[in-house]
Design a protein around this ligand. Sequence first.
Ligand SMILES: [Zn+2]
Length: 282
Amino acid sequence: MQQSSKLDLGSITIHWLQGGYNQLDGGAMFGAVPKILWSKKCPPDAENYLSYRNDPLLIQTDRANIVIDTGLGNKLTEKQQKIYRVSQAWDVPTSLSLHGLRREDIDYVIFTHGDFDHAGGVALRNDSGELELTFPKARHIMQRSEWEDICEPNIRAAHTYFPLNFQTLAESGLLELVEGDADIVTGVRVRHSGGHTRGHQIVELTGSRGCAVHLGDLLPTHNHSNPLWVMSYDNFPLDVVAKRTEFFEEYKGKNSWFTFYHDFDLRACILDEKNGVLEELR
Ligand SMILES: [Zn+2]
């Protein structure tokens, strides 16, 4: 288990949980950007792959324990693990215990969106081989439009929304759909963004001594800080460019941290005027 990174915003603290590592094709991660440009920032391996984390954020306020996204989960088949090149297993329960928490202690799960690398850990396969909700007491927050697309995916999304992740949740009565912007608890707010998926949302965190924003897959790593560097996986790339630009302007103006789920090197950073890394948390 790696050493725990922590971002302290006063009344809110952020830690990262073990959601599993995998590898993805470098070209797909940078869309139309020529390899000669992106590979200077992050050199790929001999087969053109780059390594990524899928680490949920644990947000603690004086009122609630919140998890943003849920990692790869423990339900991927051996074939899927091979395809997605999973190199570190999901173990959210153990990493929660390092913070003195049990799965039952999580009050909210916020989904940025429903892709399998973000929703894979919503339900786990227990020792008897049955599915159970990973956070059995949590209210699970998602945009209504995202849930609609999960229930009726288009031909492309059908490959990234896995029904197995949502059956248990749908039956639990713990799914709460929001539309647009919504306050979850004091200092924690979700905002609809679209872009990566139609119902993608971001999470704004305002503590007593600083603020952070989690842009989800609108900003998968610090190497995507050029607003034009969008992924092949983005469903609405022009919306990603527009929203990333808009959110950069707004949150840089607040001296906000930008937190990451997929970044293999940085947990969070503050961006300078030219969107370079001014300050970093590893
Ligand atoms: Zn993702």
